[in-house]
Unconditional design. Structure first.
Length: 307
């Protein structure tokens, strides 16, 4: 709570490393965030009065690598020395059994994934996790006909497709998804935690979401589905990186091409291992977990110094 935390030191542990621009780095687009960050004069003054936490600067930030140290320093307008490459404790669930890791997860989905990935299972699992769009159209699959065609493809190919919209996705997108029975499509609670699911996912499908950076820690294939790329980068968000250079996987923009990419990838086709390694090295100084220990050591150090 902003009003009750005056004088406390604030440590920012962001929910991931970003592909799309965040916070003070948002310069273009039609989002509320863009309008707030671009506000000037009296309008900016009023934002500061009514929503003072919007411009609050954390005392410390944790991130994952030198390039994201620079990005977070820019996005939150803090000194680079305030950003520490300790990693994100939430990613430790990829490498160890963490007590309490299932808090906030969609338990039915996690149970289904565990069942599908038991030894001897013939099924491959796919997670579709698109980011949200300020201008709408958060998911390509917003029509029942699209989902029916997808379900038929999945059933024939022994694939299960877990569809998780971003928590901030438009309510109109959510409204058309439930209500029909699908054999191989599972709808994941948008407000649930995705991290504990990722170790049980064989293929990730996404667009501009930073979730794929985290999936790189598991070194599994990613299919990129930027079906609205031009609209997104002009009306929604700019990106920190060149999209083609930063996305180590096939990039498709149509439904038939997505199905073909899933078919090939589920049968073992993967030409992106070297590029995944390159992007992973860019993103992570530490790649084997233990982030919680490093963050704890950092906090103890800062508390002991009275900093």
């Amino acid at each position: 709570n902003y009003w009750l935390s005056g004088g406390a030191k604030e440590v920012m542990m962001w929910h991931g490393i970003p592909l799309k621009k965040i916070e003070r780095d948002i310069k273009k687009g039609e989002s509320v965030d863009a309008k707030v960050q671009q506000s000037k004069g009296f309008a900016r003054f009023m934002v500061g009065v009514l929503l003072p936490w919007v411009f609050r600067k954390p005392d410390y930030i944790t991130t994952t690598s030198p390039i994201f140290q620079d990005i977070f320093a820019s996005a939150f307008k803090v000194r680079k020395e305030q950003v520490f490459m300790a990693g994100f404790p939430k990613n430790d669930v990829y490498f160890a059994n963490i007590p309490g890791a299932e808090i906030g997860v969609d338990k039915e989905t996690l149970s289904k994934l565990r069942e599908l990935k038991k030894p001897g299972s013939q099924f491959k699992t796919v997670l579709y996790a698109p980011t949200w769009r300020d201008t709408g159209g958060d998911s390509f699959f917003e029509k029942p006909d699209d989902l029916k065609a997808l379900d038929d493809f999945l059933f024939e190919g022994h694939l299960f497709f877990f569809l998780k919209l971003h928590p901030l996705a438009q309510k109109s997108a959510l409204a058309v998804l439930p209500g029909a029975e699908y054999r191989n499509i599972v709808f994941v609670d948008p407000d649930s935690d995705a991290d504990p699911l990722l170790p049980f996912v064989d293929i990730l499908v996404t667009d501009y979401s930073g979730i794929y950076f985290e999936f790189l820690l598991l070194d599994k294939p990613v299919v990129f589905f930027p079906f609205d790329y031009e609209k997104y980068v002009t009306r929604d968000r700019e990106l920190y990186f060149n999209y083609e250079e930063a996305t180590p996987g096939p990039r498709v923009s149509t439904f038939p091409d997505l199905l073909e990419a899933l078919r090939k990838t589920s049968h073992g086709w993967d030409e992106y291992g070297v590029l995944r390694e390159k992007v992973r090295n860019m993103c992570y100084q530490y790649r084997q977990g233990n982030a919680a220990d490093r963050v704890s050591e950092l906090l103890e150090q800062k508390a002991g110094m009275g900093a």
